[in-house]
Design a protein around this ligand. Structure first.
Ligand SMILES: Nc1ncnc2c1ncn2[C@@H]1O[C@H](COP(=O)(O)OP(=O)(O)OP(=O)(O)O)[C@@H](O)[C@H]1O
Ligand SMILES: [Mg+2]
Length: 318
């Protein structure tokens, strides 16, 4: 199935501070000028579009990313291509850096983060109308606000099914833009915190929100699993327990990749949600959102062991 993945492409700088931010911030109440000496830093590939596409490629699909990156993107592009991702609609912008995410965590798990938009600010110039061919499905994940406004409209114009995934952008988007994006979306997916924020901002209640989307509303709840409302029903789905809890960065993106894999195979909703949950568990077991690896065979085997059913295996053999 042809899937176009839109969202951010970023390089993440993840640092650990061996102290407590609060000790410094409280001592500098009037004027803030702080520098934290960190003793550990990892530079990893990230960004919502790249994370989703990477897991989708592991699951045997060939997703096409439509996004913008900087002139420093050559190595990252080679990695994605080698992983099975189609980067032909991923545009490098000369003279700017790829979006960068700087996050420091202290010993109390408090975080201070900065996101530099860089080349992502140009994503609103890209258009679904310019793609060589029309995909069946698209996912619209956190990105430049102009892009998040433009893409849902274009998908509706072109008859492309889309998953609306506004995530952390809900906080900064206008109610009108959010309503426009979710109206006519096939699927709306958010985590529980974002779901409450979305209801507050748009003024819609559960029932009205469910009626806005064409196929399904999905709410993920971290270690408590996920809920899918579709076909007039509700499914509460469990997590797949990770073998080790190393780093949760990118779990949400992996869940979306698993969901898309299920849609590509035309599987029932609860199966789509379970594939998402297992794809997420693999991410937790490794540091960074694209450090995990599995073959499709391994994934299918672990799916059967975890959930005790064969719907996924049978669909792969059909
Ligand atoms: N600790 C966990 N153990 C097992 N599975 C988990 C855990 N945390 C998340 N998951 C799986 O990942 C899915 C998405 O997680 P979550 O609701 O935390 O997404 P998110 O808040 O969007 O994450 P992100 O930080 O990537 O934005 C969950 O529904 C669950 O299946
Ligand atoms: Mg998320």
């Amino acid at each position: 199935m042809e899937i176009v993945v839109t969202g951010s492409i970023a390089v993440d700088y993840i640092m650990s501070f061996p102290g407590r931010f609060r000790d410094y911030i409280l001592a500098n109440e009037d004027k803030i000028s702080l520098s934290f000496l960190v003793d550990e830093m990892h530079r990893v590939r990230g960004g919502t579009a790249a994370n989703i596409a990477y897991s989708l490629a592991l699951l045997g699909e060939r997703p096409r990313i439509m996004a913008t990156a900087g002139e420093d993107f050559a190595d990252y592009r080679r990695f994605l291509e080698a992983s099975g991702v189609d980067t032909s609609a991923l545009k490098s912008i000369d003279g700017v850096y790829t979006a960068s995410f700087f996050v420091s965590t202290d010993i109390e798990q408090n975080q201070i983060a900065t996101f530099y938009a860089g080349a992502m600010a140009y994503a609103g110039d890209l258009s679904f109308h310019d793609l060589a061919d029309r995909p069946e499905w698209a996912i619209i994940s956190p990105n430049d606000p102009r892009a998040m406004l433009r893409y849902p409209r274009e998908c509706r114009e072109l008859g492309i099914h889309y998953i609306y995934d506004p995530s952390q952008q809900i906080a900064r988007m206008e109610a009108e833009a959010l309503l426009d994006g979710l109206h006519g979306a096939d699927i709306l997916i958010v985590n529980d915190y974002e779901y409450e924020l979305l209801k507050k901002k748009t003024g819609l209640d559960d029932e009205t929100l469910r009626a806005e989307v064409r196929q399904a509303l999905i709410v993920t709840r971290g270690p408590d699993g996920s809920t899918i409302w579709a076909e007039g029903r509700r499914w509460d789905l469990p997590v797949a327990v990770p073998k080790a809890e190393v780093d949760p960065t990118g779990v949400g993106d992996a869940y979306r990749a698993g969901l898309l894999k299920g849609l590509a195979l035309g599987l029932p909703w609860p199966v789509c949600g379970r594939i998402g949950a297992l794809a997420a568990a693999y991410v937790i077991e490794k540091p960074g959102p694209q450090s995990h690896h599995y073959t499709l065979d391994e994934f299918v085997r672990r799916y059967r062991e975890t959930f005790g059913e064969d719907a996924f295996t049978e669909a792969m053999q059909a």
